[in-house]
Ligand binder design. Structure first.
Ligand SMILES: NC(=O)c1ccc[n+]([C@@H]2O[C@H](COP(=O)([O-])OP(=O)(O)OC[C@H]3O[C@@H](n4cnc5c(N)ncnc54)[C@H](OP(=O)(O)O)[C@@H]3O)[C@@H](O)[C@H]2O)c1
Length: 335
């Protein structure tokens, strides 16, 4: 099967940073689906996994954790899906990625692809929807009737683009998103944010100008090292702060003590990494996202389909993500 892989961890502009390879088709385990990959989305985690370092792989390493495709064969104990089903999923960080014609995934973390979306439109959603859903409804435990203020830092990015929709459509929260450019400001408003403030300027001053009592909920989706002091400043007493990125510096959690603000981490790979008891919840979340899309409640966050899944197009996607100014999701489709 065709695939895009790496052997060395190189800057993206290096000719060998990602290469086209032929690999043997993988054999499904008992709970695995073997999926014919139709489209994939690219995420900052791909870029982080590919980050330059001295390590050299002895066999080709495939990256990619966002898929829409068709079940091609199933393991002996698979119950939820059958050959021919259209699916979407993020997969597991400790298994080979999805930039290959065939891909294995545990059925428990797979959802039914929204019937109203193309494969490219569907591939934009799984990883970021799982992150946003788990963060809002499981880590922060936001209730359906919650009517407080939610700040979303990095609202036009992949995660923000679905999180803003979920918050707007599934809660009564007042949403303040951050964006720094006219096209991302408009994108965030179109997704459903009530207000947009600029993450290039101090966040606490702007948030408190709108809501003097601060934000009951805030999610720092990116650049947390830059914003953490401001986040502590703008939180309402007894507020809840959620984080998902990889701050390079230690965070001073003591800044949260005086207001009894609680800090919540979300990593959408935790369930598959540790095979937690709640692993199957990821399949349920994706099915619910799929239903909400088909009901017209949520829309795809696809911004651009860059074309076929080749080393050349994947390199383009990585380079665009590396700018830190992605809007919605970048997708590759077909081989
Ligand atoms: N823990 C998890 O499970 C999980 C899951 C998914 C992602 N992540 C991590 O979360 C982070 C965000 O992911 P993503 O996919 O949403 O990223 P992304 O799509 O690359 O985010 C791009 C957005 O970041 C905004 N941005 C740029 N500079 C900023 C700043 N200084 N402050 C605030 N926002 C800024 C940009 O807005 P402007 O263009 O308007 O500046 C742009 O829209 C990444 O580090 C990713 O690895 C973690």
């Amino acid at each position: 099967m065709r695939a895009v892989a790496l052997f060395k961890y190189l800057p993206i502009e290096h000719p060998e940073s990602l290469v086209d390879v032929e690999l043997p088709a993988p054999t499904p385990g008992p709970r695995d689906l073997r999926v014919q990959v139709k489209a994939i989305a690219v995420n900052p985690v791909d870029v982080k996994q590919r980050a330059p370092k001295d390590k050299v792989e002895t066999s080709p390493r495939v990256l990619g954790w966002d898929v829409a495709g068709v079940v091609e064969s199933v393991g002996a104990e698979v119950k939820r899906f059958k050959v021919g089903d259209e699916v979407f999923y993020a997969g597991s960080i400790v298994r080979p990625g999805c930039a290959s014609e065939l891909h294995l995934v545990d059925e428990r973390i797979v959802g039914k692809k929204p019937g109203t979306l193309s494969f490219a439109q569907a591939a934009a959603l799984p990883l970021t929807s799982l992150t946003a859903w788990e963060l809002l409804f499981e880590r922060l435990e936001v209730a359906r009737d919650a009517s407080d203020v939610l700040l979303v830092v990095g609202a036009a990015g992949g995660v923000g683009s679905i999180l803003v929709q979920l918050a707007r459509r599934r809660t009564a929260l007042t949403i303040v998103g951050t964006a720094s450019r006219p096209q991302t400001v408009q994108w965030v408003k179109d997704l459903g944010a009530h207000h947009v403030i600029d993450h290039g300027l101090p966040l606490a001053t702007q948030l408190k100008a709108l809501f003097p009592n601060g934000a009951r909920y805030a999610v720092g989706l990116t650049q947390t090292d830059r914003h953490f002091v401001d986040l502590a400043e703008l939180m309402a007493p007894e507020g809840k702060l959620g984080l998902i990125d990889d701050p390079k510096q230690p965070l001073d959690v003591m800044l949260l003590k005086r207001k009894s603000v609680s800090l919540h981490w979300e990593l959408m790979f935790t369930r598959s990494l540790y095979e937690t008891k709640s692993l199957e919840q990821q399949g349920r979340i994706l099915d619910e996202v799929s239903a909400l899309v088909d009901q017209g409640v949520l829309r795809t966050t696809l911004n651009e389909d860059l074309g076929p899944i080749t080393a050349a197009t994947l390199k383009r996607a990585h380079a665009l993500i590396e700018t830190g100014h992605a809007r919605g999701k970048l997708v590759l489709s077909g081989f």
